[in-house]
Design a protein. Structure first.
Length: 223
């Protein structure tokens, strides 16, 4: 399965946005560069490119991203320490139970850049559930459909074979990316979007949260 990070596994209290803003200011001298950029459900690459174009800071934003991630990571680590967030309800129990099953590979399907996404998992104490940090990330592709496709490919190459793939996320973007890749879309309404909205955009199942471990495992494992 592929897990989205923000508002699905955990809530950072906005540390990502704060850290991106600080990194952008440090590199390019622009304050509040992301003030009018939509974050929810989008890849960090898409978010960065929007801001880079708006502020005309780089001829080739795609090349500039490498530099940006280097600047962003220490700001992310600092912002995670400063701002209080939390794991989403039930996440630790669900991850712990899944990690005991040899037939299940847990991966990530997230718009976060790999290194800053990992920093969030480390800070909230769940990185060990994702050995090797398999998955698709914001630096793999600007489009969520594509980064989820890449994540599924890596999951399969990692030995998951024909295992049913479940994509778990909190936004219509996660649902759309799951459906675009023939995966089961499990929506969790722990972000901005309601169960009704997630159902409405095509989720195969949608729940308020994953606090009912048995119900969550039933949906995730399909058995
Ligand atoms: Mg999310």
């Amino acid at each position: 399965m592929l897990w989205d990070i923000d508002n699905t596994l955990l809530y950072t209290g906005g540390a990502g946005g704060v850290a991106m803003t600080r990194a952008f200011r440090e590199l390019y001298g622009v304050d509040d560069a992301f003030g009018r950029v939509e974050f929810s459900g989008r890849s960090d690459t898409a978010i960065f490119i929007d801001a880079a174009r708006t502020h005309a800071i780089a001829q080739d934003p795609a090349l500039e991203i490498v530099r940006f991630i280097d600047a962003y990571l220490p700001h992310m680590e600092a912002a995670l320490r400063e701002i209080r967030g939390a794991l989403m309800p039930g996440i630790d129990a669900v991850l712990a139970t899944l990690s005991e099953r040899p037939d299940v590979t847990q991966g990530l399907g997230t718009g976060n850049f790999r290194r800053t996404g990992e920093a969030k998992l480390v800070h909230y104490g769940i990185a060990h559930y994702f050995p090797g940090t398999v998955g698709g990330f914001g630096d793999d592709h600007e489009s969520r459909d594509e980064l989820v496709r890449i994540g599924i490919e890596r999951l399969r190459n990692g030995g998951s074979g024909d295992e049913r793939v479940v994509v778990i996320g909190d936004t219509p973007h996660d649902v759309a990316a799951a459906k675009a890749n023939g995966a089961f879309a499990l929506g969790v309404a722990t972000g901005r979007d309601s169960v009704q909205r997630l159902h409405g955009c095509g989720a195969d199942a949608a729940v308020e949260d994953l606090s009912d471990t048995d119900a969550a495992l039933h949906l995730i494992l399909g058995a």
